[in-house]
Design a binder for this molecule. Structure first.
Ligand code: ADP
Ligand code: MG
Length: 399
């Protein structure tokens, strides 16, 4: 008797659809209708149908799927940050494709690109997009869950200790959209990899969406099982980047956001003193807002930079002039990049002044050097120790 209302209405308007809705379990309440779909594919279809055809239906319609098990043993929390949305993501040449793909995935999870694997260096908006996908999917009625891999791993261990690993598996595989951040941290975590693989299989076979984010391509991930890597690569693997034009738009957007005038001088200042990293751009703008242009633009003493160069040269048994001359010698390039890096992190010198000191016209050479060194620190433990030592030593000598 109860279910008649909704189905009756559909029957009057759409003879075809009624056949499909008959396969749903339907619970009608006073102000709402709950449709329980036999599979995620049906759920997806119903969400789409309701949005396009039933947006004016007198009762609120909620769609669930029989696969959404009851959550009695755990509490569902999406982990999503609401402010990260598609609407406030600045799009340009180097991130346009990723943006479009993510939007598509947020609107139609599990259908087009599954799994979706996004990679790129730090501060390019990967985490932002991951949340944007989740927020969009939630808006459309899907259940999304965001988790950085390190949290995922810790949680897994906690459930394992309590002897409730099944609850853990359910919690993750029961959502429609699973968003995993920083998957490079799966490296060496064998048990976490095993659990993720299981969740992956359970979700994939039911057409549920998985989105993964990493700082590098799946092929470059280390100490992760081959079967997991091959799953990562089985859908769409896409890189996110940042180009000058987009960087400029982002600077302007952020300056507006922080209530600053779009002064050309300020814009240029931020542009030249930041790398291809939106977090760094945001930081520079915030600082600029607080301390103003005068103080931030006060150039570091060339004397300090000179000191860093001499220090670095000494360490590598080179002459300071060596670091400044054009050379293809690995040893020299390496030392120069380290010197530039130290100028940035220890002196907080601007890219422009660093590049200028080394006789480079273009400030991007210092940006490039700093990025190279940062990458190597991540990859090479010995190199990291050496740099930590150099940094400490340099700071002492600078005092
Ligand atoms: P990643 O995860 O790639 O390291 P995040 O997503 O954490 O980078 O981005 C760093 C910061 O920059 C965040 O505050 C984010 O909102 C912002 N951001 C990144 N890319 C963009 C963009 N294209 N438009 C607007 N804000 C961006
Ligand atoms: Mg991130």
């Amino acid at each position: 008797m109860e279910r008649q209302d909704f189905l009756f209405f559909i029957e009057q308007t759409d003879k075809f659809a009624v056949g499909i809705f008959r396969q749903f379990k339907i619970k009608e309440e006073k102000d709402s209708v709950i449709l329980i779909a036999p599979t995620i594919a049906y759920k997806r279809w119903a969400i789409e149908y309701i949005r396009s055809r039933l947006s004016n239906y007198t009762k609120r319609i909620e769609v669930r799927s029989v696969e959404d098990k009851e959550e009695s043993t755990y509490e569902y929390q999406s982990g999503l940050i609401e402010k990260y949305r598609f609407e406030n993501f600045v799009v340009g040449k180097a991130n346009e494709l990723v943006y479009k793909v993510c939007l598509q995935v947020g609107q139609y999870p599990g259908v087009s690109y599954n799994p979706l694997f996004i990679y790129g260096s730090v501060g390019l908006g990967k985490t932002h997009l991951l949340h944007a996908i989740g927020n969009k999917a939630m808006e459309y009625g899907y259940r999304a869950l965001y988790s950085p891999v390190s949290d995922f791993s810790e949680e897994m261990i906690a459930y394992l200790k309590k002897g409730q690993i099944d609850t853990f598996r359910n919690k993750y595989s029961n959502v429609d959209v699973l968003l995993l951040d920083d998957v490079q941290f799966l490296s060496g975590k064998e048990r976490t990899q095993i659990e993720l693989f299981k969740i992956f299989e359970a979700m994939y076979t039911r057409d549920k969406q998985i989105v993964l984010v990493s700082d590098r391509h799946p092929k470059d991930l280390k100490d992760i099982s081959d079967r997991l890597i091959s799953r990562f690569e089985s859908g769409l693997v896409i890189e996110i980047g940042l180009d000058d034009e987009t960087k400029l738009s982002i600077i302007k957007q952020k300056m507006i956001l922080y209530g600053m005038p779009l002064d050309q001088k300020l814009i240029n200042y931020v542009f030249e003193n930041t790398g291809y990293n939106v977090r760094e751009i945001e930081g520079a703008i915030k600082t600029l807002k607080v301390v103003g242009m005068k103080n931030t633009s006060k150039e570091k003493n060339t004397k300090d930079i000179k000191f860093v160069v001499e220090f670095t040269a000494r360490h590598f048994k080179l002459k300071p002039e060596d670091l400044k001359r054009e050379s293809k010698e690995r040893r020299i390039i390496n030392a120069r990049q380290i010197a530039m890096y130290l100028c940035k992190v220890v002196l907080n010198a601007s890219y422009v002044e660093i590049s200028r000191y080394f006789g480079k016209k273009d400030h991007t050479s210092a940006i490039y050097a700093v990025k190279k060194v940062e990458e190597k620190i991540k990859e090479d433990r010995k190199f990291k120790y050496m740099l930590t030592f150099l940094e400490k030593q340099l700071k002492k000598e600078l005092l």
